[in-house]
Design a binder for this molecule. Structure first.
Ligand SMILES: Cc1ncc(COP(=O)(O)O)c(C=O)c1O
Length: 402
């Protein structure tokens, strides 16, 4: 994969030294330089050269004004989802927002102007708790089911919640942090429940483009409308192509009622979206498929590497391997590192992971690791943890997901 970092030097002893000197995001500034950062969901990979070029061209043209809608992003996104997943989407149903998080909050605001009960399925992306609160709604937790390392939506639990007054379900599709790609049958069953109880499903599909080979990602809206369910999909090229800082997401109505709902969005929402983000998203969805496939291949190779490293050097850690995205969900309970292993791992092993606790109480004893890095970064991280916790050599369990 081509990188836009000029000073890349793979022979540098610090495996991330060359990135640390080039970048200024949280990943590279939050902790001291002796801490290896594998926490926030940003890739270490350089962005696609075509996206750099598109951004530079906009800057050279002084094209840094306001937006009032998706413009050419709507047909570009519709063509991408049609080619990749067979989702036949009317571009007129596409809106834009600052980012996926803002898209979710704004959707909740128009769907539940007086507040209401919103279900989420922890362990889940920590801001879900905050976004629901920001929209003055109440979180109802319907945890994922877990059996022998396999996670799944709790459809019975969701039905009980819908019966009990939940009117929106915030679906994470694919699911961060466990990397679960919900299968079509599960999504159809969810759509049937949503239709029966007239629940709006807001589906965060930011990790969808990063689905690993051999699995099929299903956009929720592609099954929901046919079954009479209401849905809004919120997504962006920001995760798949590593563009979080340029701020642009798409908010897509899955059916006519949801289209009418999103048409009530305040004009300010589009206006608060970055024109650079819009052009980066257009370039990604229209021209950077090869780059995406290459990034996925690197993540999949790193997933295999991490499984092997854990089995060799940290057999007391349980690795739940992702089927989409680049986030590894690690169970450290066997090591006796307490409720929040990210803290001792940072203080004693000099490796920064995301605390599992933020994902809900199901994350007690867990931490999340970012696989979108050079293989040497993973080797170094595992070696540091193994050196700090020699007892981690006891016990052996890695969930090998087909
Ligand atoms: C499921 C999920 N949704 C949303 C986001 C953040 O997206 P944005 O930066 O566009 O708000 C992330 C980031 O990791 C995520 O994992």
């Amino acid at each position: 994969m081509a990188s836009d970092i000029d000073d890349e030097d793979p022979t540098e002893p610090d495996p991330v030294g060359y990135i640390r000197t080039a970048r200024t995001s949280i990943k590279w500034t939050r902790y001291a330089p002796d801490v290896l950062p594998l926490f926030v969901a940003e890739m270490d990979f350089g962005i696609a050269p075509g996206i750099s070029e598109a951004l530079i061209n906009r800057v050279r043209s002084s094209d840094l004004g306001y937006l009032d809608g998706p413009g050419p992003l709507a047909p570009a996104f519709a063509a991408f989802v049609n080619d990749r997943w067979g989702w036949d989407l009317d571009p007129a149903r596409v809106h834009i927002a600052t980012d996926v998080s803002v898209g979710i909050v704004e959707t909740l605001r128009v769907a539940l102007p007086e507040g209401g009960r919103v279900a989420i399925a922890p362990p889940v992306y920590p801001p879900f708790f905050v976004l629901v609160d920001e929209a003055r709604c109440q979180v109802v937790e319907v945890p994922l089911l877990e059996k022998w390392g396999e996670y799944a939506l709790d459809l019975d639990g969701l039905e009980a919640a819908f019966r009990d007054g939940v009117t929106v379900f915030l679906l994470c599709n694919p699911h961060n942090p466990v990397g679960l790609v919900h299968d079509r049958r599960t999504l159809e069953a969810l759509a049937d429940l949503a239709a029966r109880y007239d629940v709006l499903v807001v589906s965060d599909e930011i990790h969808g483009p990063l689905t690993h080979p051999g699995l099929t990602f299903t956009p929720f809206a592609a099954v929901a409308e046919l079954r009479g369910a209401r849905s809004v999909v919120v997504t962006s090229a920001s995760k798949g192509w590593n563009l979080a800082g340029v701020k642009c997401s798409v908010v897509v109505a899955g059916d006519a009622r949801s289209a009418a709902l999103l048409d009530t969005f305040n004009d300010e929402i589009a206006c608060r979206t970055s024109i650079l983000g819009l052009h980066a998203n257009i370039q990604a969805f229209s021209h950077e498929i090869e780059w995406l496939e290459d990034a996925i291949a690197r993540v999949v190779a790193n997933d295999r590497l991490l499984a092997a490293l854990i089995s060799d050097q940290l057999p007391g850690v349980v690795y739940h391997r992702p089927k989409a995205g680049y986030l590894a969900w690690l169970d450290f309970r066997g090591l006796g590192l307490g409720d929040d292993p990210a803290v001792p791992l940072r203080e004693h092993a000099y490796v920064a992971l995301n605390s599992g606790l933020g994902f809900g109480q199901q994350g007690r004893g867990f931490a999340r690791l970012n696989l979108a890095c050079e293989p040497d970064t993973l080797r170094e991280a595992v070696a540091r943890i193994a050196a700090a916790y020699p007892s981690s050599m006891q016990g052996a369990l890695v969930w090998h997901v087909a």
